[in-house]
Design a protein around this ligand. Sequence first.
Ligand code: GZL
Length: 349
Amino acid sequence: MRFLVKKRLLLLALVFSTMLACACGNNHKASNLTVDKERIIIGFSQVGAESDWRYANTNSMKEALSLSNGYELIFDDGQQKQSNQITAIRKFIQQEVDYIVLAPVTESGWDTVLQEAKDANIPVILVDRMVDVKDDSLFTCWVGSDFELEAKKVTAWLKQYCDNEEINPEEVHIVNIQGNIGASAQIGRTKGIEDACKEYGWDLVDEVCGDFTQAKGREVMKEFLKQYDNINVVYCENDNEAFGAIEAIEDAGIKVGSDIKNGEIMVLSFDGVNKTALEYVKEGKISCIGECNPDHGPRVRSIIDTLHMGGKPEKLQYVNESLFVSGSNITSLIVDGQVYPITEITDEE
Ligand code: GZL
């Protein structure tokens, strides 16, 4: 009898433990769901992968919005096409993400799709470039650079340099290799050089789009050298274009450098993200770089966390930026009445 009781008890224990395991198992699944539910899901539409700056910006976002930090980032590379970015945003809406982050390739053409995101109650955070929309409630926050200020700093440096070297304004002949036409960075940097040429009396020989890429920058510079024989300053709207322009200038047997009174061609640029660009500054191949800070990830993370806790972050958030030079005796600049420091690139970098 005892044996029989024992057997039944064992059977009961077996059934009970199986039930317990299932219950735990389900609880385990439930806890997974609980964890997933807590994770913040973000759809990020990036411009593309056209430049070193863009890689650095993408890395900054992926590092800040990582799984280990409690985020699930759905990344889409727009390949520099607005139609791809609009498709990605619509996909994020269908996936019911918690937030959409957009780095818009150009400023115009976003009203409709951002209205769809608003109707779906999904906050949109802009990074890097701005959008030109009728209703600015279509985006919650923007993190990026003051591109016109970047250009004012670079042109103020050139003005200071010309004054120090006693170079007359009419002796300065500039070509501008522009970024993607319609991108905030292009709009601000082009406005900066055009205003400076008017203000200081420099000759703006020509402006052509270089797509923010090295290959296009080289092609445009090659064409400029065929068309014009008086160029002594090349204003590149990013470093990758500058790398291409330097290749074309050196292929034509001309020296790049700041000694424009003795036949060198000066190269000015923007970004200062990768080592080659800073090397070129040290070597004097690029005379001055307007820093463009790609590190938007931490700010976007803080904006999302604030929103998630019901807070109201600053709508427009500008990143701090400097100017990279080497060997010039200009140590600071005054732009619009404000003093800006200059970062001297030395071997210690
Ligand atoms: C600037 C960014 C620009 C960079 C380029 O914030 O939009 O786009 O200057 C990049 O390098 O391609």
